[in-house]
Design a protein around this ligand. Structure first.
Ligand code: PNS
Length: 162
C-alpha cells in the first residue's frame, strides 16, 4: 500500500494545500496530512489542534485522507505512519531552495524520499502568511481557503479592531 505524507505548517490550510492533497490522493492509496511546527516561524495563529480540525473538515470529501498534528520531527512521523514518500507542493522557484534543503536533510536522516507537485498557477500566489494578514484587516479570504478555514479565520479575528 502506497502512503503519501503531506506535511506543512498549514497556519492556515488554504486552497493551494488542498489541491496538493487532492492530487496526492489520486496518486497514492492513502494520504496522511501532517500539521507540524515549523521552528523557523516564530509564532502561529492557530494551535496544532485547531489546524488539524480545520484540515479534517476541509478534506472530508476525500475518503483516503487522514490528518495528524504533532510537535516532532517530520521523519519520525514518516516512520510512524510507514510513509512511502513525503509529498510537498512547489509554488515557484523561490520555494525550491528551502524545500530542496529539507528534502535532502530528511533523506539523510531517514532515507525517506520527497516528491514535489507543482501547484496550479491559479494558486501560486496564495500563502498562509498573506491570508492571516488579509483576514486580520477584514479582507475577504473566501476565494483562497476552504469554507471551514474561512469560518476559523473569521472567528479568530472577530471583534478585533485592526
Ligand atoms: O508549510 P511549511 O512551513 O513549509 O512546512 C515546514 C515543515 C512544517 C514541514 C517543517 O518545518 C518540518 O518538517 N517541521 C517539523 C520539524 C522537522 O522535522 N524539522 C526538520 C526539517 S528538515
Amino acid at each position: 500500500m502506497s502512503i503519501a505524507l503531506v506535511p506543512g505548517s498549514f497556519d492556515p490550510f488554504h486552497n493551494g494545500h488542498l489541491e496538493v492533497v487532492e492530487r496526492a490522493a489520486r496518486l497514492f492509496d492513502s494520504v496522511i496530512v501532517a500539521a507540524l511546527r515549523n521552528p523557523q516561524k516564530a509564532s502561529s495563529l492557530f494551535d496544532l489542534d485547531e489546524r488539524r480540525q480545520m484540515i479534517a473538515d476541509s478534506v472530508a470529501h476525500l475518503d483516503n485522507v487522514d490528518i495528524v498534528s504533532v510537535s516532532t520531527l517530520l521523519v519520525d512521523v514518516a516512520r510512524d505512519v510507514n510513509a512511502s514518500a513525503i509529498v510537498k507542493g512547489l509554488r515557484a522557484v523561490s520555494d525550491f531552495e528551502s524545500e530542496l534543503q529539507m528534502a535532502q536533510m530528511n533523506r539523510s536522516l531517514s532515507g525517506v524520499e520527497t516528491l514535489f507537485i507543482p501547484t496550479s498557477s491559479k494558486y501560486s500566489f496564495i500563502a498562509s502568511r498573506l491570508l492571516r494578514e488579509v483576514a486580520r484587516y477584514g479582507g475577504d479570504v473566501s476565494p483562497f481557503v476552504p469554507p471551514p478555514v474561512q469560518v476559523g479565520l473569521m472567528a479568530k479575528f472577530e471583534g478585533e479592531q485592526a
